[in-house]
Ligand binder design. Structure first.
Ligand SMILES: NC(=O)c1ccc[n+]([C@@H]2O[C@H](COP(=O)([O-])OP(=O)(O)OC[C@H]3O[C@@H](n4cnc5c(N)ncnc54)[C@H](O)[C@@H]3O)[C@@H](O)[C@H]2O)c1
Ligand SMILES: O=C(O)C(=O)C[C@@H](O)[C@H](O)[C@H](O)COP(=O)(O)O
Ligand SMILES: [Zn+2]
Length: 353
C-alpha cells in the first residue's frame, strides 16, 4: 500500500494506492465520511464489471447504496447527462450529509465530480478511478467538468474529492486501447517533471507494462499532488499539467468528441508542439524524435491531418488564454518544462500544418 497526501490550504486528502482495495472500501469509508447513504456514479461498462462488488463492501459496512449509471464514452460528459444525474440524486434523496462515489474513468470522475460540486451546492465525494488516465491523473486535483460543442471542459469547477482510492488490479480488465490512451498522460508526466520515468518507459514496453502499474501510478500522482498543492486553482504552475493539451483538446473538439480520445489528443498535442518549439530553438535538438519514438512505443498517434486554421477556433477557448495571450507549456529537454506566454496571433506557428 502507498499513500500520497494532497495538502491543500483548507484540507488535506489522501491518495491510497493498494491492490485489491475495491473489495475493502467499506472498511475505509468511516475514515473519510460519516455518510450512511452513498450514490455511486459509473458508466454502464464499469458498473457491470465492478458496481456490485463496490455495493457489497459498502452494504457490509451498513451503508445504503444507490447506483447511478450513464452510457460510457466522452459524449456523456455533457449537460443532458448532468441534468439526468441531478434528477437521479434528487430522486434518491441524497442530502449534504451523504456522499457520492465516482467509480470509473475520467468521464465518470469529471461528470460525477461536477454533479457532486453542484448538487445542493456541494456533496462530499470520493474518487475510485478505474482507467490508467483516471488512476494517474484525473482522479486527483479536483478539476471536474463537462464539455460543450465549442470545446473541452468548458463548464466546470475546482472541487476536491475527500479521498482517492486506487486499486491497480482494476486495470486488468481495461481494453488495450484505453491502456494506450492512458500512456499519453503518463508520458506527459515524465516529460514535464520526471526524467527517470521517461528512462524507465523507454526501457519497458507494452508487454512488460502491467508489472509496473503501482510505481507508474505513484510517480504520476506524486507529481500531480505537489503541483496541485502549490497552485490549486490553475493560475500558474499547475498549467504545466496541460502540456500537449492546447492542441490535444482542439483535436478532440474538431473531430467531434469520442473520435480521438483524450490520451490520443494529448499525444498528438505534445508531438506537434514540440516539433515547433524545437524548430524555434526553444527545445533541444532531438527531443521531438525521442518523444515520438516513446509515444509510438506505447501505440499512440503523433499527428493528425487537421491544419492550424482548423484547430484555431478551439484553441481560442483554451483555459490558459488571458485576453489576446495564450500560455504554451514548452519542454526544453525531457523532465523539465516552462510556461511561455505568446500572442494568440502567433499561435498558428506553434500548432503546425
Ligand atoms: N479532471 C482531470 O484532471 C482530468 C485529467 C485527465 C483526463 N481527464 C478527462 O478524462 C476523460 C478521459 O478519461 P478515460 O480515458 O478514463 O475515459 P472513460 O471514463 O470514458 O473510460 C474509458 C473507457 O474505459 C471503460 N472502463 C473504465 N474502467 C474500466 C475497467 N477497469 N475495465 C474495463 N473497462 C473500463 C469505460 O467504460 C470507457 O468505455 C476525458 O474526458 C478527459 O478530459 C480529466
Ligand atoms: O489537472 C490539471 O490541471 C490538468 O491539466 C490535467 C489534465 O490532464 C486534464 O486533462 C485536465 O482536465 C485539463 O484541464 P483543462 O483546464 O485544460 O480543461
Ligand atoms: Zn489530460
Amino acid at each position: 500500500m502507498k499513500e500520497i497526501n494532497v495538502p491543500l490550504e483548507k484540507e488535506t486528502y489522501s491518495i491510497r494506492i493498494e491492490r485489491g482495495l475495491l473489495d475493502r472500501c467499506g472498511a475505509l469509508v468511516s475514515n473519510v465520511t460519516a455518510a450512511r447513504h452513498i450514490a455511486v456514479i459509473s458508466d454502464a461498462q464499469v458498473d457491470a464489471l465492478y458496481g456490485q462488488r463496490l455495493e457489497n463492501t459498502l452494504t457490509a459496512a451498513g451503508i445504503h447504496v444507490v447506483r447511478l449509471v450513464f452510457p460510457q464514452g466522452e459524449k456523456s460528459k455533457c449537460v443532458d447527462r448532468l441534468v439526468q444525474l441531478y434528477e437521479q440524486l434528487a430522486a434518491a434523496e441524497i442530502t449534504r450529509d451523504d456522499c457520492i462515489i465516482t467509480l470509473g474513468g475520467g468521464v465518470s470522475g469529471d461528470l460525477g465530480g461536477f454533479a457532486a460540486a453542484t448538487f445542493l451546492r456541494g456533496i462530499p465525494f470520493i474518487q475510485i478511478p478505474t482507467t490508467v488516465i483516471a488512476q494517474v491523473d484525473s482522479s486527483v486535483g479536483g478539476k471536474v467538468a463537462i464539455d460543450l460543442r465549442s470545446g473541452k471542459n468548458l463548464v466546470g469547477s475546482f472541487y476536491q474529492p475527500s479521498a482517492v482510492w486506487i486499486d491497480p488490479d482494476l486495470l486488468q480488465t481495461l481494453p488495450q486501447a484505453f491502456i494506450r490512451d492512458g500512456m499519453g498522460e503518463v508520458i506527459k508526466y515524465g516529460y514535464i517533471r520526471d526524467i527517470r520515468l521517461v528512462e524507465r518507459l523507454e526501457a519497458w514496453n507494452e508487454t512488460t507494462l502491467s508489472s509496473h502499474w503501482e510505481e507508474i501510478i505513484a510517480a504520476c500522482c506524486t507529481i500531480k499532488a505537489a503541483v496541485v498543492a502549490a497552485d490549486t486553482r490553475d493560475t500558474g504552475e499547475r498549467q504545466i499539467l496541460n502540456f500537449g493539451h492546447t492542441i490535444g483538446h482542439a483535436v478532440e473538439g474538431f473531430y467531434g468528441f469520442g473520435t480521438y480520445t483524450h490520451g490520443q489528443g494529448v499525444a498528438i498535442g505534445m508531438s506537434r508542439l514540440t516539433a515547433r518549439t524545437e524548430a524555434a530553438g526553444m527545445t533541444e535538438a532531438g527531443v521531438t524524435k525521442r518523444l515520438r519514438r516513446l509515444l509510438q512505443r506505447y501505440g499512440l498517434p503523433i499527428d493528425v491531418p487537421a491544419s492550424a486554421e482548423e484547430l484555431l477556433p478551439f484553441i481560442k477557448h483554451d483555459k490558459k488564454r488571458r485576453g489576446q495571450m495564450i500560455t504554451l507549456v514548452v519542454v526544453p529537454r525531457p523532465g523539465t518544462c516552462r510556461l511561455v506566454p505568446i500572442a494568440l496571433s502567433e499561435a498558428a506557428q506553434y500548432i503546425g500544418k
